[in-house]
Design a protein around this ligand. Structure first.
Ligand code: DGY
Length: 462
């Protein structure tokens, strides 16, 4: 175990860029939203201030409307595609260039862990008070532009927003995305094969296909035409999916946000009363005014109540898990993926439904050696090599381990932990792993795998 912890620390240090951490040298040379959030959980065991910095640095690129972009372009690197020139997002002298879409909203969950478990309580309070209004602005943006009808569940407009980029759950909706015909867009799409940088770092059999990349970039080009107007993107995006995984993480984040607001305000005093200085420093976030924060507790309670009423629509009794919903066709997407298990992490299912979900995980475990594959192994779309179509990821395992354990299912939780530690011990901190052979796949020296295992090892050794 000591060797594993030392190796995790070595990976974090190697990928440290001062105020932020790259997910993996070469393959991902910038800062990614949900990567950095989980990475902060690793840093705190080395240097608490550095963990807070990792989290705070994500807000350097927060848009005036509250959006948090999924990539902050930190370096003048040519080893990643699509770079800032393809995204063409609005620039601002005080913000790093960024992508124009978001990623799973896990910040409040990480913020709560840091707040509750940090040794320096005074710093934790200062940081929570400073960051809470910005997290609130992000969640408000999500509900405003991605759930304009007030259904209680938000839509993603790009597979990359799910964080589970090439999940087979997106296949059908992605294929419907029209390829833009204007000359600028055509030029970008025609040169895609040479432009892709990921294939210089990772074998093509482990990455999304060219056909998928064409649609990923087509979506970016559509959003560029919409000038990244959030409301317009939310209304007119040709890909709109109510992702079970994204919404589960949002629900969990709202529960954590509520706990933090109550803790910081003493249950009644509005956080804005203390956060004035921090709010002034975020300047253009009109929503961060103290007046708006007065209602934050009730507002978050409202999001939680609406989502709880909406969630039963996503349950698929035949598959024994939750599935996503295509918002454009109104049809469920009956593809069993790990995202459909994540409502466990949000505490959404009752005891009986949780038992069904755990039984689903156990059934998957009878078909492959290492839990938890990211797609059901018996499903026709399962691919044990390709990115999110089957391989095991440390991040999903870490969340499902905690969730399964918290629902009282000790034995399956132990197996998830055992399989994860066996994989990292055997192959090191890779981006993902083959669920049958255990071979490490994708990027090497992967920051969130290292950070989450470090945090997990410390947590279970207490
Ligand atoms: C990639 O380029 O594969 C990223 O995951 C997109 O965010």
């Amino acid at each position: 175990m000591n060797q594993l912890v030392d190796e995790a620390i070595r990976v974090l240090r190697a990928n440290d860029r001062g105020r932020f951490t790259v997910p993996s040298e070469g393959l991902y040379p910038h800062q990614w939203l949900w990567d950095s959030a989980w990475i902060a959980l690793g840093w705190r065991h080395l240097h608490e201030a550095r963990a807070w910095q990792e989290l705070e640095s994500l807000f350097d690129a927060q848009w005036p409307d509250g959006m948090l972009p999924h990539i902050l372009f930190r370096e003048d690197s040519t080893s990643y595609f699509p770079g800032p020139a393809v995204w063409g997002t609005p620039t601002h002298p005080s913000r790093p260039p960024s992508s124009g879409i978001t990623q799973p909203p896990v910040l409040a969950t990480v913020l709560r862990r840091l707040y509750e478990e940090s040794l320096d309580k005074a710093r934790a309070r200062t940081m929570a008070v400073r960051l809470l209004p910005r997290v609130l602005a992000f969640h408000r943006w999500l509900y405003r532009v991605r759930d304009p009808q007030g259904t209680g569940l938000v839509a993603i407009v790009h597979p990359w927003e799910s964080g589970m980029d090439n999940s087979p759950a997106w296949d059908e909706a992605l294929l419907r995305v029209p390829l833009p015909e204007d000359p600028d867009s055509r030029q970008v799409l025609d040169s895609l094969q040479e432009a892709r940088r990921d294939l210089r770092h990772v074998d093509g059999s482990q990455r999304p296909t060219d056909q998928e990349y064409q649609r990923y970039i087509a979506l970016v080009l559509h959003f560029r035409t919409f000038r990244y107007d959030g409301a317009r993107v939310g209304r007119e995006a040709p890909f709109q999916v109510v992702d079970a995984g994204f919404n589960a993480l949002l629900h969990r984040a709202n529960r954590d946000l509520l706990a933090l607001l109550r803790a910081v305000t003493g249950g009644s005093r509005p956080v804005g009363d203390e956060g004035d200085e921090a709010q002034r420093s975020t300047g253009d976030h009109a929503e961060d005014s103290a007046a708006n924060l007065h209602g934050a507790i009730r507002e978050v309670e409202g999001w939680l109540a609406r989502a709880e009423a909406a969630w039963p629509r996503l349950w698929n009794d035949e598959l024994g898990l939750y599935t996503s919903l295509d918002r454009i066709t109104g049809r469920p997407i009956p593809v069993p993926t790990a995202g459909g298990l994540l409502p466990l992490f949000a505490g959404l299912p009752d005891g009986e439904r949780a038992r069904r979900l755990v039984a689903t995980i156990q059934a998957w475990g009878r078909h492959c050696r290492f839990l938890v594959p990211t797609t059901a192994p018996e499903h026709p779309s399962f691919d044990p090599l390709r990115y999110w179509r089957g391989p095991v990821w440390v991040v999903t395992n870490r969340l499902l381990w905690e969730a399964v354990r918290d629902y009282g299912h000790e034995e399956p939780a132990r197996r998830i932990a055992h399989d994860t530690f066996a994989l990292v011990q055997k192959e090191g901190f890779r981006e993902y792993y083959h669920p049958e052979t255990g071979v490490g796949l994708g990027g090497r020296g992967f920051s969130w795998s290292a950070a989450l295992v470090l945090d997990w090892a410390v947590q279970t050794s207490r």
